[in-house]
Design a protein around this ligand. Structure first.
Ligand SMILES: *Cc1c(COP(=O)(O)O)cnc(C)c1O
Length: 438
């Protein structure tokens, strides 16, 4: 498998290089040079395969021999070790539940697969790999759980003191082993600045093998294509067109769906659902892309003002002698909703379908409904990207009752927190890293 940068298609790198680097030097994003199509028989017979078998077939085809089949099977077994069930709301609407992993959000798929790939590619190395991650809350939990006890890899998570929720903090600080938390007396931007400076520091880079677990790493995108096939398998009746509705922030999930489509999954249409941070729906309506600072909303994992994967989407739909916008709008429609609409949607899903949906899924529910009014002869699958218990206070307010907390979250509350308190001084941070890992 070879990958190019969206800013320079001539310079190709291997999957290993793309995974360790995360970002090309030219600040583009890595994209597969070639996206192969799956055997049509495989797609026709999806129902006869397990989720893990599907994931293996998709990964093996996409990665084109970058990893020997037996090793890839082991990687998939470790990374895809929880289900992605579909819940039926009615004959037209289905919810793809992506929250059955350790941190209760779809990001577990990407984090676990990336951890396995890095560990695999790291094998011949005699020095340990140290992953630095700055988190504002959500990503850190998935990365911590994903890399937990991965051989040869140490993880250092920097989070802003007092600015993440209690349960989020516990997800970062209670695992131990190879996962260490640094509680930074500053903001998320301070955490990010420390990580950036570490990568630029020559002394650190020569003393320690550093890497990042960046959200735009291609290793996080690949596994997100698996569950589109898994959902299709569960809802397809063989004739009715199937559409996917994706609640979006940085548009990684939607881009993974486009990859699944390009590999031959017969998706009729994609729906991009956002909160009022709607630069992509605006682009789809007007052809103008105008990034802007993000605004805080109820569905805060989608508060993104300049989605990083938009460059990949443009790349996907750019063809010679053809308008990229025309191409994209033929495959994707965009819709956006505010917080008061989102609250009403959570209540409607509960009263009408007796199902508790989180605010991100609720945005997708609204978009799917609006699309299906014009396209009634479709089966719609919306991606439920997180468990509602992750947003406990908001959910209790909206539904006016307390909702159940899954055991893997409630047991966290009693586990002791272990974190090293530090200020925003880079020299202190550097000394800490050299002491612990050099
Ligand atoms: C990260 C996240 C999103 C946004 O996903 P993208 O792939 O960045 O578009 C949506 N919902 C939840 C709950 C998330 O954590």
């Amino acid at each position: 498998m070879q990958l190019y940068s969206t800013r320079n298609k001539e310079k190709l790198v291997s999957l290993k290089e793309a995974v360790f680097k995360g970002l090309p030097e030219d600040n583009g994003l890595y994209m597969p040079q070639h996206i192969p199509t799956l055997d049509q028989n495989f797609i026709r017979n999806l129902k006869s395969f397990s989720f893990q078998e599907i994931a293996f077939q998709v990964a093996d085809t996409l990665m084109q021999g970058a990893i020997p089949k037996n090793d890839l099977k082991k990687i998939i077994a470790e990374a895809v070790n929880f289900p992605a069930p579909v819940h039926r709301l009615d004959e037209q609407k289905y919810v793809l539940e992506l929250f059955h992993g350790p941190s209760l959000a779809f990001k577990d798929f990407g984090a676990r697969f990336m951890a396995q790939l890095m560990s695999y590619f790291n094998k011949g190395e005699n020095r340990q790999l140290v992953i630095l991650v700055a988190t504002s809350g959500d990503t850190g939990g998935a990365v911590a759980a994903g890399f937990y006890q991965t051989p040869g890899i140490e993880v250092v998570i920097l989070y802003p003191s007092g600015k993440v929720s209690m349960l989020q903090e516990k997800q970062l600080t209670t695992l131990g082993h190879n996962v260490k938390a640094l509680e930074v007396q500053g903001t998320f931007d301070d955490c990010q600045a420390l990580v950036k400076q570490a990568f630029l520091d020559a002394e650190l880079s020569s003393a320690i093998r550093l890497s990042s677990a960046n959200s735009i790493n291609i290793a996080r995108l690949i596994p997100q294509s698996f569950y589109y096939f898994e959902a299709y398998k569960q809802v397809s009746d063989g004739t009715t067109p199937i559409v996917f509705c994706v609640p979006s922030g940085n548009f990684g999930n939607l881009t993974a769906g486009l990859i699944a489509h390009r590999m031959g999954l017969p998706v009729h249409h994609f729906i991009a659902a956002t909160n009022i941070n709607d630069v992509v729906p605006q682009y789809l309506h007007t052809g103008q892309y105008t990034p802007r600072p993000s605004t805080r909303t109820l569905s805060n994992a989608m508060d993104v003002g300049n989605p990083s994967n938009f460059a990949r989407m443009l790349d996907f739909f750019s063809k010679e002698n053809c308008s990229t916008w025309n191409n994209m709008t033929a495959s994707i429609s965009g819709y956006a909703y505010n917080d008061s609409q989102t609250r009403k949607a959570v209540q409607e899903v509960y009263s009408k379908h007796n199902y508790i949906i989180d605010p991100h899924g609720a945005v997708a529910y609204l978009a799917l409904g609006e699309y299906q009014q014009k396209h009634p002869d479709t089966i719609g699958v919306l991606l439920e990207t997180a468990h509602p218990a992750k947003f406990l206070n908001d959910m209790n307010d909206i539904l006016n009752q307390s909702i159940d907390i899954p055991e893997r979250l409630s047991t966290l509350a009693n586990k002791p927190k272990e974190a090293t308190l530090t200020d925003t001084n880079f020299d202190v941070f550097k000394k800490h890293l050299l002491n612990q890992y050099a």
